[in-house]
Design a protein around this ligand. Structure first.
Ligand SMILES: Cc1cc2nc3c(=O)[nH]c(=O)nc-3n(C[C@H](O)[C@H](O)[C@H](O)COP(=O)(O)O)c2cc1C
Length: 210
């Protein structure tokens, strides 16, 4: 089976980005036949605007004007990308305790009623089939573990957003304390790599997404 990966990056630090670099390490482990790269920093999506809000408001298709149709087409393309992937890899920096706004814009385009989730009396029900999502989170300080000294709205937010669409097999890898010099950066990499080895050892990587 041909495995296709959706690889999302969203760091503003170009080649210095630790989250992007680690996300490439994850992609290498998965040995995909195909990769769709979504770099949300260098090819940003528009934030939700009135055209998108109008288009989602349940109006009959005949009432949509050209901007509404463009917004819906963009959303549908992004959802199709997500749906075509056998695995998803996300590299993201912590920005002010949460995800970067360019990644939030992506969430707003794909977390869509009637397409990726359906309302029910028990709450929102995911419409996508489950598949593994590997998430590398880079931060200057510490947000998890014994040294954590700041709030973490990255992990619970992404977990809620992805779970809502039906994506429940999530693996988070933290690269933390990156402002504390090269030794700490090296240690963060070895901690994150050990965590990656535990879920995606090199030899079993291809089998994991077959
Ligand atoms: C706008 C902005 C906000 C940030 N907010 C936080 C934060 O809340 N907590 C933290 O630990 N680091 C924060 N940082 C530091 C980044 O998380 C750190 O530089 C990390 O390495 C970024 O990931 P990257 O190397 O993939 O770009 C922030 C950096 C920027 C540019």
């Amino acid at each position: 089976m041909t495995a296709n990966i959706l690889h999302i990056t969203c760091s503003a630090r170009a080649e210095e980005s630790q989250s992007t670099r680690f996300s490439y390490r994850i992609v290498e482990r998965l040995q995909p036949a195909g990769v769709t790269l979504r770099d949300l920093t260098w090819a940003p999506l528009p934030h939700v605007d009135s055209a998108y809000a109008h288009a989602l408001a349940g109006r009959p298709p005949g009432e949509h004007n050209a901007p509404h149709l463009d917004s819906l087409a963009r959303s549908e393309q992004l959802i199709a990308e997500l749906d075509a992937a056998h695995a998803i890899v996300i590299g993201l920096p912590m920005h002010n305790y949460t995800i970067p706004s360019c990644l939030k814009a992506w969430v707003d385009h794909v977390l869509r009623i009637g397409h990726t989730f359906a309302p029910s009396p028990e709450g929102k029900r995911g419409l996508l089939r489950d598949r593994p999502v590997y998430i590398a989170v880079a931060s200057g300080g510490f947000f998890t573990g014994a040294k954590a000294n700041q709030p973490d709205f990255v992990t619970p937010y992404l977990q809620a957003a992805l779970n809502t669409m039906g994506l429940r097999t999530l693996h988070f890898f933290a690269l933390q304390g990156l402002v504390f010099g090269p030794e700490r950066v090296a240690q963060a990499w070895s901690e994150a790599t050990a965590a990656l080895d535990a879920v995606l050892a090199p030899a079993s990587a291809a089998a994991a997404i077959a």
